[in-house]
Design a protein around this ligand. Structure first.
Ligand code: PLP
Length: 445
């Protein structure tokens, strides 16, 4: 078997110049990165290996991945158990069209997901990522009303919400600098304030004024708005808002793309609630961060509204790689790890340690609004004279300072947060906490 090492690639004369340039320079010549201003961004850091919470850079530097690589990595990098299972699957069936055909990993994953989701969830629809999992939930909701002959148009969402970067997902996200070029192309959505402590009544009043029999869906990130700045609010108020929306027939969509799979201390944030959602969007931690996969789960009531002799009632949605067997296999392996005592204990351990550090942080000058839910700890750097937006410089200072300390965190504006893989050790947590302490000293100097 011929192996395409750099050596014989060069021998074949394909890439003579590559030896002369660093990976960063080669990257810059050909790649456009997400959420990155390519004019001013420093060269990206080439990572050559990952193991556990550690990322190993080309130049020998190591980083603790304290944000689980954009919130996806739940069990550490290159987990041998997931790797083994995916490798076996790769030799058996890498992919098959998912209309008219099926396969065991997709079936098993649905069989295992449904029992751990809120009890009313009844069917699993696969897609590729978090944004598509949201798109599918929205299309199911709109078409539910279409199919049942009572078309409804209105969607209610929370201010500062983030549901993804595709058009439907952007439309139900809060309006921000990220969405401004696209606003004319986004469908109308009504917003209520995120019911953070102190704003609950405002949210209730606003929802009350918006509710009518034209509300198709109420969508939210339960308990924590991730990209919006790790904004946290309580289950009690969310229960109340869901109850109100439901009393007008609105379908309830819980976007658990970030909060799912143990992040909030329970398997799903919805498990903190007494009101169950009608639709759920899952991705990110689903495969342990190994491969792209999205899931939209729904109740029997929604599923049944699409079953008909009339072909027009079909859900006409699918992606080339729907239910990719490798991704489903990674998800099954990740579930094995997630449901193990070891991981469940780790989640509780991280939560307890975060709580202690949170208490400590509240005493610190320059720190505001310390908050924690399960394995996520967040606080605001008091930006003082600076405007607290994604674009302020305190963000860049903090990001670089922490990288220099060997810790990968990616502040959201002046919001700093830890969202680690569950395998992070106490020692590694101490390293992250210590780096934050040094950052605070540095900023307050
Ligand atoms: C990340 C995220 C999405 C989008 O997921 P992608 O896989 O990045 O498309 C949607 N909703 C929430 C809550 C997210 O955090």
């Amino acid at each position: 078997m011929e192996v395409y090492t750099n050596e014989n690639r060069n021998r074949s004369g394909l890439e003579d110049l590559t030896g002369l340039k660093s990976l960063g320079e080669r990257d810059q010549a050909v790649i456009w990165h997400p959420f990155t201003q390519m004019q001013t961004a420093p060269l990206p850091i080439p990572i050559v290996r990952g193991e556990g919470t550690r990322l190993y850079a080309e130049d020998g530097t190591t980083y603790i991945d304290a944000v689980s690589s954009w919130w996806v990595n739940t069990h550490g990098h290159s987990h041998p158990y997931i790797a083994e299972k995916v490798a076996q699957q790769l030799q058996t069936l890498e992919h098959v069209i998912f209309a008219g055909f099926t396969h065991k990993p997709a079936i098993e994953l649905a069989e295992r997901l449904l029992p751990v989701l809120p009890t009313n969830q009844n069917k699993i629809f696969y897609s590729d990522n978090g944004s598509t999992a949201v798109e599918v939930a929205l299309k199911m909701a709109f078409q539910y009303w279409h199919n049942t002959g009572q078309p409804r148009r209105k969607v209610i969402a929370l201010e500062d919400a983030y549901h993804g970067d595709t058009f439907g997902a952007m439309a139900v996200s809060g309006r921000s600098a990220f969405t401004s070029p696209f606003v004319p192309f986004l469908f109308d959505v009504e917003y209520i304030p995120t019911p953070v402590p102190g704003r609950e009544q405002e949210a209730v009043n606003q929802l009350q004024s918006l509710l009518s029999d034209d509300v198709a869906a109420f969508i939210f990130e339960p308990l924590i708005q991730g990209a919006g700045g790790m904004v946290m609010y309580k289950p009690e108020i969310l229960n109340q808002l869901i109850g109100m929306a439901r009393s007008h027939g609105a379908l309830i969509i819980a976007d658990e793309v970030m909060t799912g799979f143990g992040r909030t201390g329970k398997l799903f944030a919805s498990h903190h609630l007494s009101e169950q959602p009608d639709l759920m969007s899952l991705s990110k931690g689903l495969t342990g961060g190994t491969m792209a996969l999205g899931v939209t789960a729904c109740t029997k009531k929604i599923y049944d509204a699409f079953k008909s002799e009339d072909k027009h009632k079909t859900l006409f949605h699918g992606h080339s790689f729907t239910a990719n067997p490798l991704a489903c296999t990674a998800a099954l392996a990740s579930l094995d790890l997630l449901l193990s005592d070891k991981t469940q204990e780790s989640i509780q351990r991280i939560s307890r340690r975060h709580a202690v550090f949170a208490e400590h942080l509240t005493q610190k000058p320059g720190v505001k609004n310390v908050r924690q839910q399960g394995t996520i700890l967040a606080f605001d750097l008091d930006a003082d004279s600076q405007t607290s937006s994604y674009f302020n410089t305190i963000r860049d200072t903090a990001y670089q300072f922490l990288l220099d300390q060997g810790v990968l965190m990616r502040p959201l504006g002046n919001v700093l947060y830890i969202l680690p893989p569950y395998c992070i050790t106490d020692e590694e947590l101490d390293t992250v906490y210590a780096a934050i302490e040094r950052l605070l000293q540095h900023i307050n100097r």
